[in-house]
Design a protein around this ligand. Structure first.
Ligand SMILES: Nc1ncnc2c1ncn2[C@@H]1O[C@H](COP(=O)(O)OP(=O)(O)OP(=O)(O)O)[C@@H](O)[C@H]1O
Length: 243
């Protein structure tokens, strides 16, 4: 569903991501982890076609993101850590606007349960300026889910949410995975990733250090010890340092 082959991104002379290959199948949730500056956001943006990769290929639901971007983007949703909304559209108008762009018929029938699930139904007629940060984030998520994306990229989706919001967001992500979505999730909240991710990919300096199912990657860095957490693995794999 998500296939990256030899993905690379340079900003001028600086190589932010190099030779990244992996695959996420329907129902899988891949946790993308790495120190600050490791290349997580850059990778997610290349995967979603927001910025062009400088090497390699990305296929989303079988469509090459560079050669057939509209078909690829129809199948995906990208959720940035900072929600970007329209100041003068209400919650309801955001959903109507996004539905028009994606050609979603009778969007109200999809939007209503989404707003309930995300607990912002009572804010339907409010503007972004009248919402809290967490609520703005939930609105951005509702907009992204409206067209039933089969592929989802979340960049730090839990920032700004309260503990109950985090729990609900985890449940929402797991529900979409159970329904067959392929999901990539970047976060520094490793104990939360442990509860959501089936797979993990550790990046450092733009390169893949380890990848596989969560138990396999943990086993790779546990040297026979039991009760090794993803946080322990992260520190061991990355050498406890930044780039
Ligand atoms: N537009 C840009 N121009 C030049 N360099 C950039 C640009 N965006 C990111 N970089 C650099 O690319 C590297 C990777 O950045 P990126 O934001 O992808 O890291 P990250 O893993 O998401 O980090 P964090 O955990 O801090 O969010 C960093 O060294 C960053 O300075």
């Amino acid at each position: 569903m998500i296939e990256a082959l030899g993905l690379g991104k340079r900003y001028g002379d600086f190589t932010a991501v190099q030779d990244l290959s992996f695959c996420v199948r329907p129902g899988e949730v891949l946790g993308l982890v790495g120190p600050n500056g490791a290349g997580k956001t850059t990778s997610l943006r290349c995967l979603a076609g927001i910025i062009p990769a400088t090497a390699g290929t990305v296929r989303i639901a079988g469509h090459d993101i560079a050669l057939d971007p509209v078909a690829a983007k129809r199948a995906l949703a990208f959720f940035p850590d900072e929600p970007r909304l329209f100041d003068y559209l209400t919650v309801r108008q955001h959903l109507a606007f996004v539905a028009r762009i994606y050609g979603v018929d009778r969007h109200e029938e999809i939007a209503a349960p989404l707003l309930d699930e995300l607990e912002i139904a009572d804010k339907a007629d409010e503007l972004p300026g009248e919402l809290s940060r967490g609520m703005r984030q939930k609105l951005a998520i509702a907009c992204g889910l409206l067209h039933h994306p089969r592929v989802m990229f979340f960049d730090e989706p839990l920032t700004g949410l309260d503990p109950l919001g985090i729990r609900r967001m985890k449940d929402s992500i797991l529900k979409r995975a159970r329904d067959g979505a392929a999901i990539v999730l970047s976060s520094h909240l490793l104990h939360l990733l442990e509860e959501v991710c089936s797979h993990v990919l550790i990046l450092k300096c733009g390169r893949k250090l380890a990848a596989g199912t969560l138990p396999d990657v943990v086993a790779q860095f546990s040297a026979g010890e039991t009760d090794v957490s993803l946080e322990d693995v992260f520190i061991r794999a990355t050498g406890g340092s930044e780039r």
